[in-house]
Design a protein around this ligand. Sequence first.
Ligand SMILES: O=C(O)Cc1cc(O)ccc1O
Ligand SMILES: [Fe+2]
Length: 434
Amino acid sequence: MTQDSLRYQSGFGNEFATEAVAGALPQGRNSPQRAPLALYAELVSGTAFTAPRAENRRTWLYRRQPSVVTGAYQPYEQAWWLTGAQPHAVIPPEPLRWAPFEIPQEPLDFVDGLRTVVANGDVEAQVGMAAHVYLCNRSMDRRALVNADAEMLLVPQQGRLVLRTELGVLSVRPGEIALLPRGIAFRVDVPDGPSRGYVCENYGALFRLPELGPIGSNGLANPRDFQAPVAAYEDDAGGCEIVKKFGGRLWRAQMQQSPFNVVAWHGNLAPLKYDTANFMVIGSISFDHPDPSIFTVLTSPSDTPGTANCDFVIFPPRWLVAEDTFRPPWYHRNVMSEFMGLVYGQYDAKPQGFRPGGASLHNCMVPHGPDAEAFDRASGAPLQPQKLDNTLAFMFESRWRFQPTAFALTGGALDADYAQCWSGLADRFASRKT
Ligand SMILES: O=C(O)Cc1cc(O)ccc1O
Ligand SMILES: [Fe+2]
């Protein structure tokens, strides 16, 4: 499947309607006595039936066989994919950083190549999230993944992904992201070979676009730039292994048919892709460095207003024009916890040690900010308009502290010298000058 052959429908949370075969969608009702073309109707809901209308998400599928034909499940071993906070975990109280996570040589697909870096919350309480990396070098072969625990936000860093989902196909390259609803089967193909990226597994409320407040009715991520697939089904009857994440464990079952057998669907719960190049960036045009919340692409709210279960924030190419201002991020300690990754280029607060494919973690109240080199450069730079170009960093920000996993702490990528990047920040208090 080439990128160009794919068609998409536009809009975040829109009521989509799509059929791969004309006449497959029932008209005027969802569940006629006999669905057209002898298809089975199946409803999948992403919110409670009684969720407020503005938040309600569900989709009707018209398929060759309903999902119930999947047989019994057996446990599936994947020791690297972890879920939620562990009761007695010890969380280092200092800033952490990781070198680019290496893609192993051994054959690994998306499921087997997933490595949890940090996690928080409780999947049973539908609270919290995990940040993973995927490190894979082959496509999922006759295998589909169903995550009943969470929706998944994919941030490719190396290599394009072709995501075949029950609702159709998305092609997602680095710089783009994909949002896959809880419970919808998908397969990940890696046409470029060794592939790496980040995953936010969101156990909480569905990601949505942030309120715009005084920004008005336009800006940041515009709804129409989100793209949903059109219905597409496989004819293949060669069988398929379903790997299911359910209650923090993985399970497998063998299906005789492909789960990608949906001929038509309609509704507002759909996989989506989004090109971050379409993000309309707001910034300071006078002075001071604004809070990074202006860069929020998607937010998963918690039950406390304005205090997210998870915000997905990007730091895309943009102009810096603020006058009499230290332009990179200020030194700070935040109540929210920050997991960051870099898709490409350099991040202005950490021009060196933070590298594409790596990550950093600044948990609740852990002090951080520009390294000494960035501080010195930005303190003395002439404040001409400056384009921060060829760069894309991002942050998963959560109200819940992140626990790094054993893979994160002992897997070889941890940067033992991270704190050294601030050691050059000497006390230069002017009154001590002679
Ligand atoms: O720590 C970071 O690099 C992320 C970040 C960026 C910014 O511009 C302001 C605050 C913040 O936490
Ligand atoms: Fe920060």
